[in-house]
Design a protein around this ligand. Structure first.
Ligand code: GLC
Ligand code: CA
Length: 527
């Protein structure tokens, strides 16, 4: 397999609405991102992934596209986009676009045509079904954003399928014209300069052609959302979907040095199967194990050891700590463990994805239900499902609007933004930001961290996860205490010194064979 550079790249996710506002409307935009590229370069980022910036009515903040070939005016223009790509490339960084193939906005001209009559040529571009009986939905399929996945179109008397919001009708991937069109969208953006895509809900493209009812989930619990009451065997992970991902990846491979990362929440062996659908390193599924498995050293270790081995050296492992759909890491784990999680993510083999603001230790911002903007919160009240809390403005400095904007931002700033922001963390030697920078710097300067193999180590301590990275004669040793108590660890033979602690107060400390890890501490050692 050809040597591919993506395995060594650090990818940074930008939620464009919330990164930097350049024109004073309280909403982040492309020119704002362009202004902050030096910050990202300095942090050590190699590629940025932009959450959707296509033209959109913004019901799901860009995940509802009404024109795949244009930029939404709230973010800027096509020429602003070209400019951003040029500037990013001139700093030797790559740009990935979010790509949303499962559904469009209901305001997309294709859907407007499709819903205009039963015999419109675009009727079959979406998934339409007649009622089972008068007024009864075609089957029991559910929407992830609450309620049935079917919405009745009064004009034509048929239902359309929407796995997400009613404003996000699912495209019919069984129609070859849809496939053709979407593949062309990919080519269009690559030719415009982008370096690849993050594929939204990549597992969902095809649905059962017989529209069978989904079976009930035997482990469903009341506190779960309605969506979890079914097992989604007829709407997710169909073999046709896997074949289609292979086809999408082939488009990426028509060009040089491009990459495609797929959003798929699943368990280990299915992640491995996904890698195997292509024999190319330009493809990887996200690995969400840090998010979906409990923060427990034994559980995480078991996953990491097996995952790393199964992915092997023909593919790249990936590690995600947070994104625009998940609670902030520092809120979920507390600051100490959030630091240690970052240390692990950046020292494991493979591609780390950093969600904007995680490098500052940003926290969730509580948004009262009546002020929620996210359709998930608006449609399903009472479940605390809103994703606004992790989408608040980036904290650049301590000025009135956090340096994000010169006016009230679209979502409120975190209460502690005056302490937790880029300007003050740059100056504080022990800050989260300086931890990120130091670990990234080690990752780039130590060959064992950059590309070495991972050797699992067992410390017979259920609270400690440790591993060795090794390349030629260089070894780097990582230890993480998952507990809030001190832990003792017997070091492997050899002379070890700690070169970094997540507490940012240790450098080149010689260790005895018995080492004490402070509560939630992570360290990097070398010999
Ligand atoms: C993905 C996105 C999420 C969006 C959904 C529908 O899960 O990450 O933000 O709401 O797809 O497109
Ligand atoms: Ca703006």
């Amino acid at each position: 397999m050809a040597d591919n550079k993506w395995g060594k790249r650090i990818i940074y996710q930008i939620y464009p609405r919330s990164f930097k506002d350049s024109n004073g409307d309280g909403i982040g935009d492309l020119n704002g991102i362009a202004d902050k590229l030096d910050y990202l370069k300095d942090l050590g980022v190699d590629a940025i992934w932009l959450s959707p910036v296509y033209r959109s009515p913004m019901r799901d903040f860009g995940y509802d596209i009404s024109d795949y070939y244009d930029i939404d005016p709230i973010f800027g223009s096509l020429s602003d986009f070209d400019n951003l790509i040029k500037k990013t490339h001139s700093r030797d960084m790559k740009v990935l676009m979010d790509f949303v193939p499962n559904h469009t906005s209901s305001e997309h001209p294709w859907f407007i045509e499709s819903s205009s009559s039963k015999n419109n040529p675009k009727r079959d571009w979406y998934i339409w079904k007649s009622p089972k009986k008068e007024g009864i939905v075609p089957n029991n399929w559910l929407s992830q954003f609450g309620g049935p996945a079917w919405e009745l179109d009064k004009k034509t008397g048929e239902y359309y399928l929407h796995t997400f919001d009613v404003s996000q009708p699912d495209l019919n991937w069984r129609n070859p014209q849809v496939v053709e069109e979407i593949l062309n969208v990919m080519r269009y953006w690559i030719k415009r300069g982008v370096d690849g895509f993050r594929v939204d809900v990549a597992y969902y493209l095809f649905k059962d052609p017989f529209f069978r009812d989904e079976p009930h989930n035997p482990v469903f619990a009341e506190h779960h959302t309605h969506y979890d009451s079914l097992l989604h065997i007829y709407t997710i992970a169909l073999p046709e979907t896997l074949n289609m991902l292979k086809k999408l990846n082939a488009i990426v491979n028509e060009f040089d040095d491009k990459f495609m990362i797929c959003e798929i929440y699943t368990f280990l062996h299915e992640i491995i199967n996904l890698y195997r659908i292509v024999d190319h390193q330009s493809f990887a599924p996200f690995n969400f194990s840090f998010i979906s498995l409990p923060w427990n050293a034994t559980v995480q270790k078991e996953f990491i050891d097996e995952f790393d081995e199964l992915v092997g050296h023909n593919y790249f492992p990936t590690y995600v700590l947070g994104n625009h759909d998940q609670p902030r890491v520092a809120t979920k784990l507390g600051e100490g463990s959030a630091r240690t999680a970052a240390l692990l993510q950046l020292t494991l083999r493979g591609i780390p994805f950093i969600y904007y603001g995680e490098e500052l230790g940003m926290k969730n911002v509580e948004i009262p239900e009546e002020e929620a903007k996210d359709p998930m919160a608006v449609n399903m009240k009472g479940f605390n499902l809103g994703r606004d809390p992790e989408r608040t403005p980036m904290q650049w400095d301590g000025s009135r609007f956090g340096g994000f904007s010169n006016t009230e931002p679209w979502l409120p700033l975190e209460k502690e933004f005056q302490e937790r922001n880029v300007a003050s963390e740059v100056k504080d030697k022990k800050s989260f930001l300086n931890l990120y920078k130091s670990v990234i710097n080690l990752r780039k300067t130590r060959k064992s961290l950059a590309g070495g193999r991972l050797i699992p180590l067992d410390f017979k301590n259920p609270n400690v996860l440790g591993f060795l990275r090794q390349e030629a004669d260089e070894e780097t040793f990582i230890l993480a205490n998952f507990s809030e108590e001190e832990q003792e660890v017997e070091l492997p033979e050899g002379k070890w010194k700690t070169i970094l602690s997540t507490k940012m107060d240790v450098e080149n400390r010689k260790e005895n064979s018995l080492l004490r890890l402070r509560p939630a501490e992570g360290i990097i050692l070398c010999n």
